[in-house]
Ligand binder design. Structure first.
Ligand SMILES: Cc1ncc(COP(=O)(O)O)c(C=O)c1O
Length: 392
């Protein structure tokens, strides 16, 4: 038998540490332990009922065949209309590609632009798929520290200084995972200005738009029309498992994107697209808005509770559903800390090491994708555990 030898590009792909935790959490749950899940990157709410009803209606009609590679026109039109109503932006449907989740949009954006050896500037901490997908294509992810002191935002000066002859792209996310940090219009404009000055490419992940607790969302497209913007239905619209997202790209890129999409995915899921047709209706948006309010209340409770326990949170996160805390008073080994915490208390949180290198072993990510009552249980158990361990 021929021995399996993974392709070289696969060697740099690290497993998500959170999976080790999830496996253990599942084992513990199976043995009867009560687990407080604060590790998950998805809303605990199920998909809004009008979206599910739209999928059911399409199924009844037997509307289950392939759509075009870039998705079905009515949905592309609906997203275009949403850009108009949400941001006052004219984004024609022809510039919108429907993809398999935000992750599919990321893949299309990278494949369409990167050549082997191209460097990509990425904030650290950041969503791990970004750097892994860059590596898979032979690109070079270059992590730039986005520190708590700077509100987890990279500065324009930092990007300008880091830019080299081989740098091709700056990737940003706002609101960001794992920090929940939101870039305001001025920050986006100055970062985008550097990319323009360097004749590079700006890719902005806006998948957490809608989950913003302090300000109106600012799309990078309102500042830079040539930006490539990733978005999707997973987070705000509660559709993680449906696997549906979109990419906004310049008109000139669309024929290439269509060929890429056809060859990589053939087409996005038809039934998910029918479901998403109900995502922007007033009925669904009212449900999503209610959930946003609930998330913001949970955020306030969690931030306050974690601060009281001694975790460092210089600024409350403004978006997404994560709190990224400095746990250096308690540990220099985030993964070990998380595993022990889970074992002893059943509280499951994510170690910073999944998100980059910068002080990652001293940071933890708490998700508030669980009810207020469960957040309270989690804080209570965490507090008792910390005081017990302090006294030993
Ligand atoms: C910043 C960011 N982008 C993209 C995704 C993936 O989105 P999707 O599930 O739509 O592929 C995630 C998921 O956690 C994320 O945090």
């Amino acid at each position: 038998m021929t021995e399996f030898k993974p392709a070289e590009a696969c060697n740099g792909i690290e497993p998500f540490q959170v999976m080790v935790l999830l496996d253990r959490a599942q084992q513990l749950a199976a043995s009867g332990r009560d687990i407080v899940h604060m590790e998950a990157g998805e809303p605990d709410f199920s998909t809004p009922a009008p979206i599910i009803a739209a999928a059911q209606a399409a199924l009844e009609l037997g509307d289950t065949r392939y759509t075009g590679g870039l998705g079905m026109w009515p949905l592309r039109e609906a997203i275009s209309a949403r850009y108009q109503s949400q941001y006052g932006l004219e984004i024609p449907a022809s510039r919108i590609a429907i993809t398999a989740g935000g992750t599919g949009a990321l893949q299309l954006a990278l494949r369409a632009n990167l050549n082997p050896g191209d460097e990509v500037l990425i904030p650290d901490p950041g969503y791990p798929c970004n750097r892994h997908q860059v590596s898979l294509l032979g690109g070079k992810p270059r992590l730039l520290a986005a520190t708590a002191e700077s509100g987890f935002a990279m500065s324009a000066e930092q990007v300008r200084t880091a830019w080299t002859d081989t740098t091709r792209m700056l990737m940003l996310a706002s609101p960001a995972n794992p920090t929940g940090a939101v870039l305001n219009r001025d920050q986006l404009a100055s970062l985008s200005g550097v990319v323009r000055e360097k004749a590079g490419l700006l890719v902005v992940d806006e998948i957490y738009h809608g989950l913003n607790y302090s300000s109106a969302d600012v799309s990078a497209l309102t500042i830079e029309d040539s930006a490539w913007v990733i978005n999707g239905f997973s987070k705000y619209y509660g559709m993680t498992g449906w696997r549906l997202g979109w990419l906004v790209a310049p008109e000139a890129a669309m024929p290439i994107l269509e060929r890429l999409a056809q060859n990589l995915f053939l087409a996005p899921s038809t039934i998910a697209q029918h479901a998403a047709m109900a995502a922007f209706t007033p009925e669904t948006l009212a449900i999503c808005e209610q959930r946003r309010i609930e998330f913001s209340q949970r955020r306030d409770r969690l931030v306050q509770g974690l601060r009281e326990l001694g975790f460092g949170i210089p600024q409350a996160p403004e978006g997404a559903f994560y709190v990224y805390v400095d746990a250096s008073t308690f540990t220099q080994d985030a993964l070990g800390f998380c595993l022990q915490l889970l074992e002893d208390t059943g509280v499951s949180v994510t170690p910073g090491v999944d998100f980059g290198d910068h002080r990652a072993a001293e940071h933890l990510r708490f998700s508030y994708t669980t009810s207020m009552a469960r957040i309270d249980v989690g804080l209570e158990r965490l507090g008792s555990w910390l005081s017990a361990n302090r006294n030993t």
